[in-house]
Write a protein that binds this ligand. Structure first.
Ligand SMILES: Nc1ncnc2c1ncn2[C@@H]1O[C@H](CCC(=O)c2cccc(C(=O)O)c2)[C@@H](O)[C@H]1O
Ligand SMILES: [Zn+2]
Length: 353
């Protein structure tokens, strides 16, 4: 896994620029953000778990043969989160890791079904994430928002539960802005989730399903048509369909691109074959994200370095990418303006040195 990080490193001066660049992260999973430090702490609380605690062993454990293997390992980490205090710790510590990378705003994808079906009380779950969100904003200055996603493979029972948790006025957390769909795509057609997305959208949530990560462009069309997607998680296979690319560009439907993830799950063979450049050339709004960073041996800074290399970007180009993410985020207009100004001021100062 660390190989991705070493091979993709941008020139040294760009790496330093990226490290301090204010950023927004739009596609990062809650459990998938558990760093070796957080995993060790959780595993110490629950010593019967099969997840290794030694960071070196974790690198091997987080080496995937394919997407199905990734989900299997992912669920073993989900099994480490058993109490509301585990949920709070994970959320708060993930925010600390984001803040270290100058992430000012993040939409964290949370799968509440995975926790409630494992017996965590739903009210206590919501309180735990909200408590961590408020503490993180006050202490680290990072604003968190939530995307609740349906784990597609878990079936319509999971869809129903996720829609209920996202739309019940008594439960719905203040930080919730969007509704998603994750997990495997093969054998999990998107149209069946339409009624659940309809309910979420009617309740004021934005639609951001994963699509075209592990199946073809028809899945992206399904996400647009049936789930009324406003952004697409990955959308990698869109590159195979010029009409789809034109549609995404025309309607400013952004792709949440996570390059290293696509290699780690074997969705794309090598970074050099990643279609990110085709997206940009077709005029599609591209955002750079990290997905499940410790599991993929990456972080958001490294994903920006990868993008700089694949797209041939300089500091200004990287600043534009960072502003894309802010622009298509679900933050309010004043919040967007503040972060974009900060990006501009930082970039101008850097180039004037
Ligand atoms: N790159 C990714 N692409 C897609 N998804 C990704 C990605 N990274 C992380 N995920 C997450 O994986 C979960 C998968 C969980 C799942 O399928 C499942 C199936 C059956 C039972 C249960 C359970 O909890 O009992 C869960 C999704 O909810 C999603 O949030
Ligand atoms: Zn994802």
């Amino acid at each position: 896994m660390t190989q991705h990080l070493v091979d993709s490193r941008a020139p040294r001066d760009l790496t330093a620029f990226i490290a301090e660049l204010p950023k927004a992260e739009l596609h990062v999973h809650h459990v998938g953000s558990a760093s070796p430090r957080i995993v060790s702490e959780l595993a110490a609380r629950h010593p019967d778990s099969e997840v290794p605690t030694d960071p070196a062993a974790l690198v091997d454990y987080f080496t995937f043969t394919d997407f199905a293997h990734f989900v299997e390992v992912y669920l073993s980490v989900v099994d480490l989160i058993r109490t509301p205090e585990d949920v709070r710790l994970l959320t708060y510590e993930v925010a600390r890791d984001l803040a270290r990378q100058q992430v000012r705003y993040a939409e964290l994808t949370i799968t509440p079904f995975s926790s409630t079906r494992r017996g965590i009380d739903e009210r206590a779950f919501m309180d735990a994430i909200e408590d961590a969100r408020k503490a993180a904003e006050a202490e680290f200055g990072t604003v968190l928002r939530w995307c609740f996603d349906i784990p597609g493979e878990a079936g319509l029972e999971a869809a129903e539960e996720t829609a209920r948790l996202a739309t019940d006025e008594r439960l719905r957390p203040e930080g919730l802005v969007s509704f998603g769909l994750g997990g495997p795509e093969v054998g999990v057609p998107r149209p069946q989730f339409k009624p659940y997305f309809d309910r979420a959208i009617a309740a004021g949530l934005h639609s951001v399903p994963h699509a075209g990560e592990t199946t073809g462009p028809e899945t992206v069309w399904d996400a647009l048509t049936h789930l009324r997607a406003e952004r697409i998680g990955h959308g990698t296979s869109s590159a195979q369909d010029p009409k789809l690319l034109a549609h995404l560009a025309e309607h400013r439907i952004a792709l949440e691109v996570c390059p290293t993830s696509n290699i780690a799950t074997r969705a794309v063979r090598t970074l050099d074959e990643h279609p990110i450049k085709e997206f940009v050339e077709a005029g599609v709004v591209v955002t750079i994200n990290s997905d499940d960073p410790p599991m993929f041996g990456t972080d958001l800074d490294n994903e920006y370095a990868v993008a700089a290399r694949l797209l041939g970007l300089d500091e200004r180009g990287l600043a534009e990418l960072a502003k894309n993410a802010v622009e298509v985020s679900f933050l309010d207009a004043a919040g967007k303006a503040r972060i974009k100004d900060e990006i501009d001021t930082y970039t101008a100062g850097w180039l004037d040195r």
